[in-house]
Every structure is written in C-alpha cells, then in structure tokens.
Design a protein around this ligand. Structure first.
Ligand code: NDP
Length: 293
C-alpha cells in the first residue's frame, strides 16, 4: 500500500510556483497578486484565510486581505468586489465562504469577474470546466486531479465512484474524471444520499473518492481490494490522548481501509494541503494572463 502524500506534493507545487514567480521578477514583471475578502469572524474561515495569505506570501505573491465586520452590508461588500474586479494590480481574488446570513452568496459569486475567479465558483468557469474549455477549476477537485497525475494513477477505463455531489467537490471531480483527459477517461458513478445499495456500488470502484462529510463513513467492507482511495473529508473528533483533546479524521476509516487499498490519501496530509496549492496555481495562471498580455 502506498500513501499519497499531499503534503509533499503541495510543497513541490509551491516550489514550482516560487520558481516561476522568481523568473517573472527577473523579467521585471510584477509578482502575482491574490486578494481575499472575509466577512465576519468565523474562526475556521479566519484560519483558512490566514493560511492562504501565508502560503501566497511564501511563494512570492503579493497578498491582500480585506477583513470586514459581520454586519457589513450587501452594498459595502459589493463595492469591494467591484473595486477588485477592476483593479489591474489584482490578478485573482476569493470571497471566503460562508458569508453572514443576510448576504446572498449566489449573488456575490455571480458578481465576481470570471477572469479573476480563482476559486472557480462562477457559473462561467463551471460551464467552461464542464465543456473542457480553459477555466479556473475549483481548488479541491483540481488538487485531487493533481495528486492522481503526479502519482501516475491509471484512470482511463477504470471505474471511479465519487461519494457526494456538492458543487465544490463531488460534482466537479466527477466531471473531471469523466473527461477525455489524463487523468480522466474513467467510467464515473456519482453517489449521494439517495443512492441505493451504496456499499455494493462502492465495492465496484477502482478509484473511490469520498467527499460526503461523514467521519469514517467509508469502511473496509465498502472497498475493493487494491482500490485507490481519495479521502476529501476533514473532521475534528475528540481524542483525550492528544494534548489538544482532538484529532483530525476523514470520510474514510483510514486504519481499516488502508489494509485493502493499493493507494490512499491520509487525513491530515492528503487532499487538504492540495487545496491552497491549487488556489496558488490558479492565481499564477491569472497573473500570467494579465502581465504577459
Ligand atoms: P456537502 O455537505 O456539501 O455534501 C455532502 C454530499 O455527500 C452531498 O451530496 C450528500 O448527498 C452526500 N451524502 C451525505 N451523507 C451521505 C450518505 N450517508 N450517503 C450518501 N451520500 C451522502 O460536503 P462538501 O462536498 O462540502 O464536503 C465534503 C467533505 O469534504 C467534508 O468533510 C468537508 O469538510 C471536506 N472538504 C475538504 C476540503 C479540503 O480542502 N480537503 C475542501 C472542501 C470540503 P445529498 O446531495 O443527497 O445531500
């Protein structure tokens, strides 16, 4: 069994991006600029944004964070988005979700300039992705595809079962895995809460991608011998043996499933670190379009 090491691959990607930024600076071009907008003080969102900022700076990007209070009005937020949409010094930006309840997330995502939508959530990018056209692919699905590519996982003609149909993970990854690409060309089954005979369906999978948001849901009896298992889930579970009192687990029962899988992503250190690395890749792509045009 081989562990798919997302921590190592994400470091590799950051080094590649850092080298590209250095060569842009050598050519007297400006560094890529990623901006983030965060509204409110949700602790998880604050941690994500701080981590994005740190990693963006780590590869030599310019990073700007717009921290706005929880009672920010729709108009104030739209004003910042409008500013970022039109600021030629900003290559890409994200609006950290979730937003406070009084702000309509869909309206906000729709207002982002698709050329700067490095999260890949704007319908224009989603549509382009579905058609296999150049676009920004959402960070987590892109990170999964990058792991499969860099570990040279054979996907063509394989049976791939995706657990979960969210717009940010399950649905896009199912589209990407079915496209005429490498990785891709898989025969994909997309499962959700209404799927019948889930265990049997999962047992057919050569590649099983779990993104259902249920801790250790995928047990060994749901996995085919020799399958490649990608675990997207992240959950804190109590663990009195840890100083912090908790540990992180995924959607997969790692200890048992690892005994059957040929390859598996751990949690933490699998898909998680790839997400920010993919966001940086998208930002570099946006910057290259901007500064070389
Ligand atoms: P959502 O909650 O948006 O979607 C969960 C999906 O799983 C839904 O399609 C739901 O079905 C399906 N589902 C839930 N329970 C079952 C069940 N018992 N049987 C079959 N299907 C089920 O989750 P996300 O896609 O946002 O996230 C999934 C996991 O990935 C979470 O643990 C999240 O924390 C993690 N995550 C990790 C990231 C990373 O960077 N590594 C990034 C994003 C998410 P239905 O549609 O019918 O309701």
């Amino acid at each position: 069994m081989e562990i798919i090491d997302g921590k190592r691959i994400s470091e590799e990607i950051r080094q590649e991006i850092g080298a590209e930024v250095a060569s842009m600076i050598d050519k007297d071009l400006r560094a890529p600029h990623l901006a983030a907008v965060i509204v409110g003080d949700d602790p998880a969102s604050q941690t994500y944004v701080a981590s994005k900022e740190k990693q963006a700076k780590g590869v030599g990007f310019t990073s700007t964070v717009y921290r706005m209070p929880a009672d920010t009005s729709r108009e104030e937020l739209m004003g910042v988005i409008e500013f970022l949409n039109n600021d030629n010094d900003v290559d890409g930006f994200i609006v950290q979700l979730p937003l406070p309840a009084h702000i309509d997330e869909q309206e906000v995502l729709l207002s982002i300039n698709p050329a700067k939508d490095v999260d890949g959530f704007h319908p224009e990018n989603v549509g382009r992705m579905a058609l296999g056209l150049p676009c920004y692919i959402p960070a987590t699905p892109n990170g999964i595809m990058e792991l499969l590519k860099r570990y040279q996982v054979e996907t063509a003609g394989k049976s791939c079962v995706v657990l979960g149909r969210s717009h940010i993970v399950g649905s896009p990854v199912s589209i990407l895995m079915s496209q005429k690409t490498t990785p891709g060309n898989a025969t994909v089954t997309l499962c959700h809460s209404r799927t019948q005979n889930l265990k049997e369906v999962c047992r057919e999978a050569d590649i099983l991608i779990a993104a259902i948001g249920q801790p250790r849901f995928v047990t060994a009896d749901m996995v085919k011998e020799g399958a490649v298992v990608i675990d997207v889930g992240i959950h804190r579970v109590e663990d009195p043996s840890k100083k912090s009192g908790f540990r992180l687990v995924g959607d997969v029962d790692y200890d048992e499933v690892a005994k059957k899988a040929s390859m598996i992503t751990p949690v933490p250190g699998g898909v998680g670190p790839m997400t920010i690395a993919s966001l940086l890749q998208n930002t570099l792509k946006a910057a290259k379009k901007q500064v070389y045009s």
